[in-house]
Design a binder for this molecule. Structure first.
Ligand code: F6R
Length: 243
């Protein structure tokens, strides 16, 4: 596992946008797995700026979602489909056709999960998977004690994650869904290059356990230690509990 410490979130965003730019110049139709939440925003902003300036041609890039809430009505502004369209697909000038995600409103959610794993494989696999990390060490929405071999499936969010995410729902926890579809840890480990960004002091414990703790399902992100080419980018605050 490669660990890179950067001064702040903006520098982390720049560094990862550079990595994506290099990938797109080698493989213009690369499949980029994207996370939502606050952490990756500096990456998307830096990448969109490169596209606008002409430094990066992302016109053939393909985008896929890491996870999705279950049960939000289609078009809900906080469904991750809406978020990824707003924060990634549109700013990069891509069309909706270049974008895939699990169907959180499917009647048969289990079938939708299996279909999504198949679709990722049929698309040739994820070239670079962006990840954030939960304060409890989750990646995607693989909460503590998720199987390290798990596939895309429905998961129940912990109370802590619902509290953390209430800020996207007018600080009203009752509006935060209880269930999500998430790529499994096994699915994430199949990506060719998982890249985790963690910023802020609130992530320092989770980062220390991910990087320096044992590989254990209680800290799902620690599974990245098993990947031959995983990168963890942390700002100084998130790195503050590393030895
Ligand atoms: C979201 C996701 C989550 C977040 C994590 C951190 O698609 O997969 O694992 O990355 O909850 O969220 P933020 O970045 O908002 O602290």
């Amino acid at each position: 596992m490669e660990v890179v410490i950067v001064p702040d979130a903006k520098a982390g965003g720049e560094l990862i946008a550079e990595t994506i730019a290099a990938l797109l110049s080698r493989k213009p139709d690369a499949l980029l797995g994207v996370a939502t939440g606050s952490t990756p925003l500096p990456i998307y902003q830096a990448l969109a700026a490169k596209v606008r300036s002409g430094a990066v041609d992302a016109s053939r890039a393909r985008i896929c979602q890491l996870d999705e809430y279950v049960g939000l009505p289609a078009g809900h502004p906080e469904s991750y489909r809406s978020v990824v369209l707003r924060e990634v697909v549109e700013p990069l000038g891509l069309s909706e056709a270049s974008f895939m995600g699990p169907d959180g409103s499917a009647e048969d959610v289990q079938a939708a999960c299996q279909a999504y794993d198949r679709a990722l494989a049929e698309a040739g696999g994820v070239d670079l998977q962006l990840l954030g990390i939960g304060t409890d060490g989750h990646i995607g929405f693989n909460e503590p004690c998720s199987s390290l071999a798990s596939r895309t499936r429905i998961k129940t969010l912990t109370e802590q994650t619902r509290v953390d995410n209430a800020r996207f729902f007018d600080n009203d926890i009752t509006q935060v869904p209880h269930h999500v579809i998430t790529q499994g840890i096994g699915t994430i480990l199949e990506s060719r290059h998982p890249v985790l960004l963690a910023t802020g002091e609130g992530k320092a414990d989770a980062v220390a356990q991910t990087v320096e703790g044992p590989v254990a399902s209680i800290v799902p992100a620690s599974a990245l230690q098993l990947h031959p080419h995983a990168t963890v980018v942390v700002d100084e605050a998130a790195a503050s509990k590393l030895k």
